[in-house]
Design a protein around this ligand. Structure first.
Ligand SMILES: Nc1nc2c(ncn2[C@@H]2O[C@H](COP(=O)(O)OP(=O)(O)OP(=O)(O)O)[C@@H](O)[C@H]2O)c(=O)[nH]1
Ligand SMILES: [Mg+2]
Length: 436
């Protein structure tokens, strides 16, 4: 696979030109903010950005994505700056990648490849590493399949590209397939172990709060403030990859557990969504979700949509009305807003029930956030474990109708359940059980 272009050797200190193509997607985003984010991603793995280019692409070209004049301008910028790497902030096909490499004489890496590189460098736990490797292989396998069909077409055309190439690709594909299968088995094992840990914790009567949000929104800063911990909080994209859990003091509760999680980003590689679903189980089983938003960011609204989309992709329904955990939005970084804008933001937050403006940095609003969290937890539903006799279809149907059955496991004569249910419905269920 050594000639596979997707395996760009991205080393620290490499000089790169960044190209942000505006393909006119659904959400309008600020061009400077997109350039900054792409730069942040590159810098997250020590790449030195020497030039940033932004292009409006009217119609995407199959061969190069960008128009020929744009490709020429990029090649000139690469030559002038002596960059060895070209970062294209979009998902590009293997063919586009190859053509751009030929045209610019630089190694080309796309947004997905870049994010995978960051995750590959950061993942700290064994599970994180397994998941990232799996995502990477998946990405490569996709590219291999596509370039294989591409080669096949060539062979049909010229007739001299014979068996050995195909055999090599076949062998590579088999290697990747075997490795993927092995990784999945290992991950299953890790997930089972973690599941056991979680089950043990769930039996404790403490609510679990998960912090979610766009990368760099300030989740770790808030987490540290709440827990007096020192999780790496940095002006660095994807500073946090593996979830961290700690106890916090919450008014009216003995204690609560809070979890800091990986940040989300727009166009998160689908391979990573799947890979991190397991990690984000912490989020799936939380009793309350605090969505931390950088309210001072020009694309704050678009980022909110991105986060909602990833949450939906990992299977988290929005809002308690649909059986999901209650949500609070923490509008973070209000300290960065100019006075008039801050006033407007705070007035808007005051009109919304589930929004608390805060600054994780200065601590303003954090106490109010905790009060709001405690209030929502008391009002909202909790995840509870219970065991029913195997044949109790009536109780099961009732739970399905009045709560959300998160997990259901048959153990011989018994059915073990995890159900998210409100306090009110839980006491109704208990009195129903007594009456039967
Ligand atoms: N001015 C200001 N800066 C903040 C605030 N909260 C966080 N920051 C800064 O924003 C940057 C990112 O903060 P983190 O806490 O690492 O963000 P994160 O959401 O954990 O990011 P990832 O782990 O990368 O997803 C850091 O430079 C923080 O100092 C805030 O309330 N005000
Ligand atoms: Mg973090």
């Amino acid at each position: 696979m050594s000639d596979n272009p997707s395996e760009a050797d991205v080393s620290r200190g490499a000089k790169a030109v960044i190209v942000v193509p505006d393909l006119g997607g659904a959400a309008v985003r600020d061009s400077e903010a997109r350039l900054d984010e792409a730069t942040g991603l590159a810098e997250a793995i020590g790449i030195v950005v020497v030039e940033r280019l932004y292009f409006r692409v009217r119609s995407a070209k199959a061969a190069t994505l960008l128009g020929s004049g744009q490709v020429e301008a990029i090649a000139a910028a690469v030559a002038e700056s002596g960059a060895e790497l070209l970062i294209v902030d979009a998902a590009i096909t293997p063919i586009q990648q190859r053509n751009l490499e030929t045209a610019t004489k630089a190694k080309v890496i796309d947004r997905t490849g870049l994010i995978l590189e960051i995750f590959g460098e950061r993942a700290a736990t064994s599970e994180g590493r397994l998941q990232v490797e799996l995502a990477h292989l998946d990405y490569q396998a996709g590219r291999l399949v596509r370039s294989w069909t591409h080669l096949e077409r060539q062979r049909g055309g010229f007739g001299f590209l014979g068996g050995p190439g195909e055999t090599q690709i076949e062998a590579d594909r088999r290697l990747i397939r075997d490795r993927i299968a092995k990784l999945k088995r290992e991950l299953d094992q890790v997930a089972r172990t973690r599941g056991l840990h979680r089950a043990r914790r769930q039996k404790a009567p403490w609510p679990v709060i998960a912090l979610v949000g766009y990368t760099n929104a300030g989740k770790s800063t808030l987490f540290n403030r709440l827990t007096n911990a020192s999780v790496m909080a940095e002006n660095l994209l994807f500073a946090t990859l593996d979830p961290t859990m700690r106890e916090i003091a919450l008014p009216g509760f003995d204690k609560a557990i809070i979890s800091d999680t990986v940040g989300f980003i727009s166009d998160l590689p689908t391979q990573l969504v799947a890979a991190f679903r397991a990690t984000l189980e912490e989020v799936l089983s939380a009793d309350l979700i605090i969505h931390v938003r950088d309210i001072a960011h020009p694309d704050s609204d678009a980022q909110r949509e991105d986060v909602e989309q990833v949450l939906a992709e990992i299977g988290l329904v929005s809002g308690p009305g649909e059986g999901g955990a209650p949500r609070i939005e923490a509008w973070n970084k209000v300290d960065l807003l100019p006075a008039d804008q801050r006033e407007r933001v705070e007035a808007e937050a005051a009109r919304k029930e589930e929004v608390v403006p805060i600054s994780a940095l200065t601590g303003e609003g954090v106490d109010r956030l905790l009060l709001a969290a405690a209030e929502r937890l008391r009002a909202g539903s909790k995840l509870r474990r219970l065991t029913l006799p195997a044949g109790d279809g009536e109780a099961l149907a009732w739970l399905h109708a009045n709560g959300e059955v998160v997990e259901q496991q048959h153990n011989g004569m018994e059915t073990e359940l995890q159900v998210r249910i409100s306090d009110e419905n839980w006491s109704r269920f208990q009195s129903l059980q007594r009456a039967l």
